[in-house]
Design a protein around this ligand. Structure first.
Ligand code: NAD
Length: 499
């Protein structure tokens, strides 16, 4: 029986049809036990349709396919072949950016222009960047003639793991999926991807392009499903040699535990954040306000690197509060597919209630509210919200909210703001606004954070590593450093008998 398709509004008078099966061996197939997921429109909460949902048996089938593909064919494909396939995939994603933008608007509630103009092109560039590494898997060589050792040569090889896996969260799923595909495939692995249950549709569109690009069956398998079943089975799978996880710190711990309990597969974790934004009184004030506002309102604050703790020097604090509030408070809420919309919904009822819970508890503690604080009408949105004079031990300073909620506090000295910025379990991202170059470098060096942006926020580039310190995880998603996570190093020692 043919599987149904899902039809989406493309926002430009067209509709988009998407397959609904699990993508295994370049075919869309139902789950072995007929399991399905109801995919919701993020804005209306109405059903977009049902897709197949993987259970443990499907994970076994996908991993077996991935293993077969690796052993029988993929490991013999030359680097140039891998590069060409990735470049072709990047071209196809670029061709279909309108569709991806519409899919993410329907599925995630992400603004159309955000995918079309920024995250989509970034996904394309990520794949192109890593395609270039396919033939640059270089090791090093060393002389091996120390006294007592046989004479010879030693060198290292960077080799693929074989079958690898990726588990992706619901915020920016297209981009994060491409962040996993690009280095894994460039390095010569096969990959099983578990998309997020709340936003699986861009992955199904990607699956169509994997076929069109000409990837051999089984090289990229995509199996939507619940975290507790499909994700859990993948993390425990004995034949998966490496798993890359992006998601919450709580689930990240489970992935690490699953590795420890199964086959000690290599794990990389890109987890949550509580990122500081530091504004000094010598900063370009308007720039600092604009970036600080973008840092907590972009993607409705549902971004791992959201600048959710804002520290402002006391000499410009009052002025900042006024300007920041002006910038944030009246963003036009609406349909994420529409061009004029500046603010969309949160992904789900649960997420909305979670965010409102943080807001209500902060208000109950008497933390002063600068603006916002409510649900937007009866919608799935939450007003851009900011609290000020937030004490260091407040829940909204310590915990990741994953919503458009800023916690603003004032500071006096450099030492004080560094101490307060670093006083967090997280360490994913940080921003510093200053025109003092010495201070910029000094602070960048002292912040416990995987990335520091001076006079900006959230700037991503495929040629720079992205990842966390502390409980924001380990492993890197961009830059040459990412390849360390997708390859294993072998030392080869060659004995050359002396004449
Ligand atoms: P989540 O941890 O709930 O889910 C992430 C993924 O893990 C989903 O695909 C889910 O199905 C799966 N999962 C859930 N339970 C699992 C289990 N027991 N075993 C295996 N897989 C399981 O996270 P989320 O709510 O989807 O995403 C939001 C979180 O992701 C935030 O904490 C955010 O900071 C983080 N995030 C981090 C980065 C980064 O690069 N550091 C990027 C984006 C999002």
């Amino acid at each position: 029986m043919a599987l149904p398709t899902i039809t989406l509004d493309a926002g430009d008078g067209r509709t988009i049809k998407l397959p609904t099966g699990l993508f295994i061996d370049n075919r869309f197939v139902p789950s072995v036990c007929g399991e399905t997921l109801d995919v919701k429109n993020a804005a209306s909460r109405g059903s977009l349709g049902y897709i197949s949902a993987a259970v443990a048996e499907d994970v076994d089938v996908a991993v077996a396919s991935s293993s077969r593909a690796y052993q029988s064919k993929w490991r013999h494909v030359a680097a140039a072949g891998r590069r060409q396939l990735l470049l072709k995939l990047a071209d196809l994603i670029e061709r279909d950016l309108d569709d991806f933008a519409a899919i993410e608007s329907n599925d995630v509630g992400q603004l159309y222009g955000t995918t079309k103009g920024m995250l989509g092109p970034m996904s394309v560039e990520w794949i192109r960047y890593f395609a270039g590494f396919a033939d640059k898997m270089e090791g090093r060589s060393a002389n091996w003639d120390d006294a007592g050792a046989p004479s010879g040569l030693s060198y290292t090889r960077r080799e693929p793991y074989g079958v690898t896996a990726a588990i992706v969260p619901w915020n920016t799923p297209l981009m994060l999926t491409c962040w996993k595909i690009a280095p894994s495939i460039a390095a010569g692995n096969t990959l099983v991807i578990k998309p997020p249950e709340l936003a699986p549709l861009s992955a199904l569109k990607l699956a169509q392009l994997v076929i069109e690009a000409g990837f051999p069956p089984g090289v990229i398998n995509i199996i939507p499903g619940l975290g507790s079943t499909a994700g859990n089975a993948l993390a425990h799978h004995i034949d998966v040699r490496k798993i890359a996880f992006t998601g919450s710190t709580a689930t990240g711990r489970m992935i690490l535990e699953a590795s420890a309990r199964s086959n000690l597969k290599k794990v990389s974790l890109e987890l949550g954040g509580k990122s500081p934004v530091i504004v000094f009184d010598d900063a370009d004030f308007d720039q600092a306000v604009a970036w600080a506002a973008a840092g907590i309102t972009a993607g409705e604050g549902q971004i791992c690197a959201a600048g959710s703790r804002i520290y402002v020097q006391d000499t410009v604090y009052q002025k900042f509060l006024t300007a920041f509030s002006e910038k944030c408070k009246d963003a036009a809420f609406g349909n994420p597919l529409a061009a004029h919309t500046a603010k969309g919904p949160l992904i789900s009822d649960d997420q909305r209630e979670k965010v409102l819970g943080f807001i209500n508890r902060a208000q109950a503690k008497g933390i002063p509210l600068l603006h916002g604080g409510n649900r937007v009408g009866n919608s799935n949105g939450v007003e851009n919200t900011a609290f000020f004079d937030v004490p260091a031990n407040a829940e909204i300073i310590e915990q990741e909210i994953f919503g458009p909620v800023a916690a603003i506090s004032k500071f006096s000295t450099e030492d004080e703001v560094i101490q307060r910025s670093n006083d967090s379990n997280y360490g994913l991202s940080a921003s510093v606004f200053t025109t003092n170059l010495s201070r910029a470098h000094r602070i960048a060096a002292r912040l416990e954070s995987g990335q520091v942006t001076v006079n900006g926020w959230g700037m991503l580039a495929p040629n720079m590593p992205f990842g966390g310190f502390k409980q924001s995880g380990f492993g890197r998603d961009g830059g040459a450093e990412a390849l360390d996570d997708w390859t294993v190093v072998k030392a080869v020692k060659l004995v050359v008998p002396k004449l």
